[in-house]
Structures are given as structure tokens and as C-alpha cells.
Design a protein around this ligand. Structure first.
Ligand SMILES: NC(=O)C1=CN([C@@H]2O[C@H](COP(=O)(O)OP(=O)(O)OC[C@H]3O[C@@H](n4cnc5c(N)ncnc54)[C@H](O)[C@@H]3O)[C@@H](O)[C@H]2O)[C@H](O)CC1
Ligand SMILES: [K+]
Length: 518
């Protein structure tokens, strides 16, 4: 499902009005009535509702909701917040209708308005939040703060129009305070602020309603962001033919692990194997070889003589590069340690390995000191940073990255021509052509040591099988989250281990392939 900026929505609405002859008042009517029907069908334990309207078009939607609720037999009181003189356009038309049908209208901004409002919502804690929609553009102040804080204090049920008031629809940040909604009815397509944190956490449920905008208008607007859904991801899976053999499922080389960090190598290999690839080769310091072969017997290991204990010496790089030019993918980084050897291995792989690369963890830390190596890269490459690694790669602070991961991932992927998997509560996959995919499954239990190693393994495994690189990244992130959700269902989030995600992968893949067979 596509994801929008407020400018995208405005462009789509403009196209609909100017090119396709749709009347904006019709869209407002459809928007407001869709919210009213959502309330009616929820069969809430009330026959009374309070509608809180701002003075913009979100407020206009609220006026339409009020009229439809009255028609459904609800007792409705409308509270305006802001100066009613600012109400204009379609909102004004609907405001004037309310006055003509003797709707109970109060003005919170008037003397004692807030006291009246508080008294009302104590009696009737069922509220429609139509204060701000995609038009909010600054910190919330004075009377609006008082209104929103009272809504959150006394509410029994709040339904937000388009987006909870206080969320920035373009990046999900909060303008100081925000309505906490039980439901949000958004229109046409979800906004980034509906999906990204913290905005996404201000509504328990999100419903998207088409409100009469022609599909032609939506398709005419090139939208670069989209949500990863099961329907979207499962199409990337390769079906396994009955008469196949392991050669059909590709080969991957992995450089991972060093003394004290073998767990990362084990998790990455197990995850790659669980993804269904044919043959996996792990380059490992020879002193760690026994441990690895006991832990992951399905992996072919290449024990390499160590110049320094527990580290792969640079004397092996030519062999690794040569080997890797005859496999489907090379992954570097999990548990490699921050050494000059790994840095040289990353450099040579970027420059000389034409097969797709997956670089994670310590491989990223090496790259971040020499980002210009990417300019000499010929083959495809996937980078899988968490915000800390992304900060070192991009120069943005971790706070900036967490505030706007979509924009920063998009900018970096286009600039450096990489597939970027920016991990987080909403993992973002950005591609060199400027497309951005937001994954919305997964759970906080997955924020655990080794979870990133598992993701690297999954993505590597899918590339090995011949799935396009960007699709492998999307499918890998989706399945990683699906596996984590399946295992959290069984074991809870607190006790979730990265190894559980590896176990969950098999079930997640089974579920997804069953869906494909239907
Ligand atoms: N015809 C249409 O455009 C339709 C829009 N839909 C709904 O309209 C909202 C967008 O409206 P809204 O969010 O109210 O934005 P506006 O620009 O109309 O008005 C906002 C109003 O508030 C002022 N403002 C912004 N931030 C603040 C603040 N922090 N404090 C105080 N005041 C603030 C701003 O200056 C404007 O004056 C959209 O979400 C839909 O719900 C219909 O659904 C479809 C038709
Ligand atoms: K709202």
C-alpha cells in the first residue's frame, strides 16, 4: 500500500478537482460520513458524542461527522477550538449548515470555554478529534494544549479524523502534545505520520477509507513510499520445484566471526540456511573452526590461518575475492571485529567482487571511514545499518536519523546507489532509484543481541537464490519481522532471543508459501 506525504495528498486532491471535475466539498462530505459510519458500526455504549473541530478542513470534516451522527440519532455537541472567524471554504459551508440545523455549537476559545468543555467530556467521554489533519505545521500552543490534554485525560473513546491531532503527517513526530486515539480514519492513502513512530503509537487502530478520489488521479501521482504488506512480500518468494536440487538454490559466501564474536557468525549462517539457499561457505579464523562446525554442521567452513589470533589475515583476501566471484552473493561483517584486516577485506570486496555484497555490523564501521569506496563499486550492494551505524555512514546524528529515517535512508540510497536497510522500530528499505519501503511488522522483543546478524543471513540467503537484491532486502526484513512476531506470540517479547527468530523463520516461510499456494 502506498504511503504519502501531505504534499502528495494535496497534489492528488488538486488533480481530482481540476482535471477530473471532482468537487472538494464532495470529498469532505465523503470523509466526514465515513467517520460517522465507523462510529455507528462500532456500536459504542453511548448515544451522545462530542465533536472537537479546528478551524481548517480537518475541522470541516468534523462538522460533516456531527451532521451525520445527528442523523443517526446521536445527541451531538460541537466544540470549536481556534477563532471561528478563520473557518473558510468547504469547512465554512458545513459550519453554516450546522448553525442552520440548530446544532449545539460551543467555542472553547471563549471565556470559560475550556471549563465548559471539560464538564461536557466528563459527562460524555466519546469524542471525534477533528482539530488538525495534514495541515498542522507548528508546535501546538495555549488553548489547543488545554483541549488536547483534557481529551486525553477524560476520554473513553476517541476517533481521530485523518490523523491524531498533533502528529506531523510527513514524518510522524509530535508537535508538543497529541491526541491519543482509539481509532483513526484516514483518507485516500495512509500518511507517513500514521505509520512512523512516535505518531503511529498515538492511535490503536488505523482504517483507510477511499473518499471518492478517482484511482486515475492517485496513479497519476508518482508515489515513492510504500508499506511492505504480506501480499506484496510473498510475491518475491521463489517456489521450490519438485525436481530441484541444491544447485538450484544458489551459493553464498560469508565472512563473519572472530574470537569472542563467533555467535554472530553462527546466527548469520543459520539464518541464511533457514532462508532455503543451496550452499553456504563461511570464511573463519581456523581457531574457531571446530566451534562453528559443531554449531552449524550444514555450513561448509573455510578455516583460514591466522596472522593475529582470531582474525582472518589479509593474505587470504585474494582467495576470498576469487571464490566470491563464482557465487551468488558475499556477506561481510557480523562479528568480524573492528580490525585493519576487515577494513581491507571490505575494500577489496567492494572493488573486486562483482557478485552482490551484503555489508553489516563491523563491515559497515570499516566502510563508514571510507565511504568513497562505494563510488568505485560496480556490482549491487546492500547495507544494513542500525541508527548508530547509519550515523557513522551518513554523518547525521542518531536523533536526526530516528526522527526522519525515511528521508535519510532515501537520500543515502540514491546518493551512493545502494540498497539501504535502515533498521529500527519501523525498518526502512531504500533503493538506488529512490523508492522507499516501510516494514510495519516485528516487535520490541526483537531488539536483542544477534537480531541484526539474523537479518543479514536472511537477506544473503534470498540473494543467493536469485531473488533480485532489493526484493531480497524487502522480503528478508518482512520475514524477519514475521518470524519475530510468531515467536513472540509463543514465548513473549521479553524472553525473545535472536536464535528464536532463526527458529521462527521456518514457520514464517511456511506460512508465506502456504499463502502463495492459495
Ligand atoms: N478539500 C480538502 O483539502 C480536504 C481536506 N480534508 C481534510 O482536511 C485536512 C487538512 O486540514 P487541516 O489539517 O485542518 O489543515 P488546514 O490547512 O485546512 O487548516 C489547519 C489550520 O490550522 C492552523 N495550524 C496549523 N498548525 C497549527 C498549530 N500547531 N496551532 C494552531 N493552528 C495551527 C493552520 O495555520 C491552518 O489555519 C485533512 O487532514 C483532511 O482531514 C478532507 O478530508 C478531504 C478534503
Ligand atoms: K485529527
Amino acid at each position: 500500500m502506498k504511503l504519502t506525504l501531505s504534499s502528495d495528498i494535496k497534489k492528488i486532491e488538486e488533480l481530482s478537482y481540476e482535471k477530473y471535475g471532482i468537487q472538494s466539498i464532495t470529498i469532505m462530505e465523503n470523509a466526514g460520513s465515513s467517520v460517522a459510519y465507523e462510529i455507528k458500526e462500532a456500536n459504542l455504549d453511548t448515544d451522545e458524542f462530542v465533536v472537537v473541530s479546528g478551524t481548517g478542513n480537518n475541522g470541516g470534516d468534523g462538522f460533516v461527522v456531527a451532521r451525520h451522527l445527528q442523523n443517526f440519532g446521536y445527541k451531538v455537541t460541537v466544540f470549536i477550538v481556534g477563532n471561528p472567524k478563520n473557518i473558510s471554504g468547504d469547512a465554512k459551508i458545513n459550519f453554516d449548515i450546522l448553525k442552520k440545523i440548530d446544532m449545539q455549537i460551543e467555542n472553547i476559545s471563549e471565556q470559560n470555554g475550556l471549563i465548559k468543555f471539560e464538564k461536557m467530556i466528563k459527562k460524555c467521554p466519546y469524542i471525534v478529534d477533528a482539530i488538525f489533519g495534514i495541515g498542522i505545521d507548528r508546535e501546538i500552543s495555549d488553548i489547543y494544549i488545554g483541549t488536547i490534554e483534557r481529551i486525553n485525560l477524560y476520554k473513553k473513546f476517541v476517533i481521530s479524523v485523518d490523523i491524531p491531532s498533533g502528529v506531523d503527517s510527513n514524518d510522524g513526530h509530535i508537535y508538543g502534545t497529541c491526541v491519543r486515539a482509539d481509532k483513526t480514519v484516514s483518507f485516500i492513502l495512509p500518511k507517513i505520520g500514521n505509520i512512523m513512530y512516535p505518531g503511529s503509537s498515538y492511535s490503536d487502530e488505523l482504517i483507510i477509507k477511499t473518499v471518492g478520489i478517482p484511482v486515475k488521479a492517485i496513479n497519476e501521482k508518482k508515489l515513492k513510499y510504500q508499506i511492505v504488506t504480506e501480499k506484496f512480500a510473498k510475491n518475491f518468494l521463489m517456489l521450490r520445484k519438485r525436481d530441484s536440487h541444491k544447485g538450484n538454490y544458489g551459493k553464498a559466501n560469508i565472512i563473519a566471526g572472530s574470537s569472542g564474536l563467533t555467535g554472530a557468525a553462527i546466527l548469520t549462517c543459520k539464518a541464511a540456511l533457514r532462508s532455503g539457499l543451496g550452499l553456504l561457505k563461511l570464511y573463519i579464523p581456523e581457531s574457531l573452526n571446530t566451534l562453528i562446525t559443531l554449531s552449524v554442521p550444514e555450513t561448509v567452513t573455510v578455516p583460514l590461518h591466522e596472522m593475529r589470533k582470531g582474525v582472518i589475515g589479509i593474505n587470504h583476501i585474494n582467495r576470498i575475492v576469487e571464490d566470491s566471484n563464482s557465487v551468488n552473493v558475499l556477506a561481510i561483517g557480523p562479528g568480524c571485529g573492528n580490525t585493519s584486516e576487515i577494513s581491507e577485506t571490505v575494500r577489496r570486496s567492494i572493488l573486486d567482487v562483482k557478485a552482490p555484497l551484503v555489508i553489516d555490523a563491523d563491515g559497515l564501521n570499516a566502510l563508514s571511514k571510507n565511504i568513497k569506496w562505494l563510488l568505485e563499486r560496480e556490482g549491487e550492494i546492500v547495507l544494513t545499518p542500525h541508527p548508530g551505524e547509519m550515523s557513522r555512514l551518513s554523518g547525521y546524528s542518531i536523533d536526526e536519523i530516528n526522527k526522519n529515517p525515511i528521508h535519510i535512508a532515501n537520500e543515502f540510497a540514491e546518493k551512493w546507489k545502494v540498497v539501504l536497510v535502515l533498521k529500527g522500530s519501523r525498518t526502512v528499505i531504500a533503493t538506488p532509484d529512490g523508492s522507499v519501503y516501510v516494514n510495519i511488522n516485528g516487535n520490541p522483543g526483537m531488539a536483542t543481541a544477534g537480531s541484526g546478524d539474523v537479518l543479514t543471513g536472511i537477506i544473503t540467503g534470498f540473494i543467493a537464490q536469485g531473488i533480485e537484491v532489493y526484493k531480497s532486502a524487502i522480503l528478508g526484513v518482512f520475514l524477519h519481522g514475521m518470524a519475530g512476531d510468531l515467536m513472540a506470540e509463543k514465548r513473549g517479547e521479553y524472553g525473545l532471543l535472536a536464535g528464536d527468530i532463526v527458529d521462527g523463520l521456518a514457520y514464517a516461510l511456511k506460512n508465506l508459501t502456504n499463502l502463495n499456494e492459495k
